[in-house]
Design a binder for this molecule. Structure first.
Ligand SMILES: NC(=O)c1ccc[n+]([C@@H]2O[C@H](COP(=O)([O-])OP(=O)(O)OC[C@H]3O[C@@H](n4cnc5c(N)ncnc54)[C@H](OP(=O)(O)O)[C@@H]3O)[C@@H](O)[C@H]2O)c1
Length: 322
């Protein structure tokens, strides 16, 4: 599958990247959402992603205050990847901070990334900061102009906030590269809330996070519903509608269709879930599945070796709305 342009930047990325929240360690909130992994496993995960065509990695300050960034940079070094050879995206944490902290903390990001440049720096959330969105983007624009970061992105922004971010940056002569949001076969809000249409119009890439809904879209819970009770605690709470016996029964026909369609391509259920994302929305959407094992990272990257047909996409579209 061809590489994708990140927004209107000159950065090319693989349609599938690797989400690195799983690298954040055990002493922070992320362990409530994902199963954390150690350095050795993280290095194997990164190696599996690289070996199967992944060219970029998404991390964040919030993932263990630099721990995920550090684990990623160590993994890349252990895999023999030199700075600049792959693209690294990270994020600034806005909570209870002013815009000035973007510039004040970018050095920490670079330090944790161990020499790997920041290809994309993102505002993690539109809320929580003591400064306006405009003020935050102006600092990002300055860092871009100075060459400290390669591109500017946002995360969890609504259509209206995206428009504002785009306009503020445009006035500074800078392009808005991306908005990282939750999109999956079971979470298609972007089609209704104007975000997809706005991103397309503005030439902004949507980076789909939690594209496997934490494993629901791999079929693993449908195969053994009792497994849902061992999902990480925050997933059990926030995804309770998906993980309940009733929720799993509701999505069983979708998973069954994904299995059948996958067989046509020699692909797994999770690969069908990811392929739907990077095919259904054209070039606008790329995805960053997370992995806690190298086999999962290889499987996710393997998604890039086939393409669902239009009729298969339509079938999945219909079943995912039931
Ligand atoms: N910007 C934001 O606000 C935001 C929010 C959330 C996430 N993110 C980013 O998005 C990335 C991905 O999201 P996510 O980790 O929440 O969800 P996800 O990609 O939907 O799910 C990843 C989890 O699914 C399981 N899995 C993956 N491949 C599998 C396979 N082939 N078979 C069975 N299980 C499989 C693994 O869990 P097990 O360990 O249980 O096997 C893995 O940790 C994160 O790493 C992070 O970088 C960003």
């Amino acid at each position: 599958m061809n590489m994708r342009r990140l927004g209107r930047t000159d950065i090319d990325i693989s349609p599938i990247g690797l989400g690195c929240m799983q690298f954040a360690g055990t002493d922070n909130y992320t362990r409530l959402i994902i199963n954390p992994i150690n350095q050795e496993t993280a290095t194997s995960v990164v190696r599996a992603a690289l070996d199967n065509g992944v060219t970029w990695f998404d991390t964040a300050e919030m993932y263990g205050k630099g721990r995920s960034e550090e684990t990623l940079s160590t993994a890349l070094r252990q895999c023999g990847i030199a700075p600049g050879q792959v693209s690294v995206a990270t994020k600034w944490t806005p909570h209870l901070r002013t815009a000035a902290s973007i510039a004040a903390t970018v050095g920490d990001r670079l330090k944790h990334l161990g020499g790997h440049p920041i290809a994309l720096h993102q505002i993690h959330s539109p809320s929580g900061s003591l400064s306006s969105i405009s003020a935050q983007l102006k600092v990002m624009a300055r860092l871009f102009r100075e060459g400290t970061i390669g591109a500017v992105g946002v995360s969890n922004f609504s259509a209206r906030q995206l428009e504002l971010a785009h306009d503020v940056l445009a006035a500074e002569g800078v392009t808005l590269a991306s908005n990282q949001v939750r999109i999956s076969l079971l979470h298609r809000k972007v089609e209704q809330d104007g975000l997809l249409e706005t991103a397309r119009r503005l030439g902004v890439t949507l980076i789909a996070y939690s594209p496997l809904e934490g494993g629901v879209l791999t079929g693993r819970y449908h195969g053994d519903v009792s497994l849902a009770r061992s999902a990480p605690p925050a997933r059990r709470i926030f995804s309770r509608n998906q993980l309940s016996d009733r929720g799993l029964a509701r999505t069983a026909p979708l998973i069954e269709a994904m299995r059948r369609i996958g067989e046509e391509h020699g692909a797994t259920i999770s690969q069908v879930a990811l392929n739907w994302l990077i095919t259904r929305y054209g070039d606008t959407v790329v995805a960053i599945p997370g992995a806690s094992r190298p086999g999962q990272a290889a499987e996710a990257a393997g998604t890039m070796s086939f393409r669902l047909t239009e009729s298969e996409i339509r079938t999945l579209d219909e079943l995912s709305l039931i």
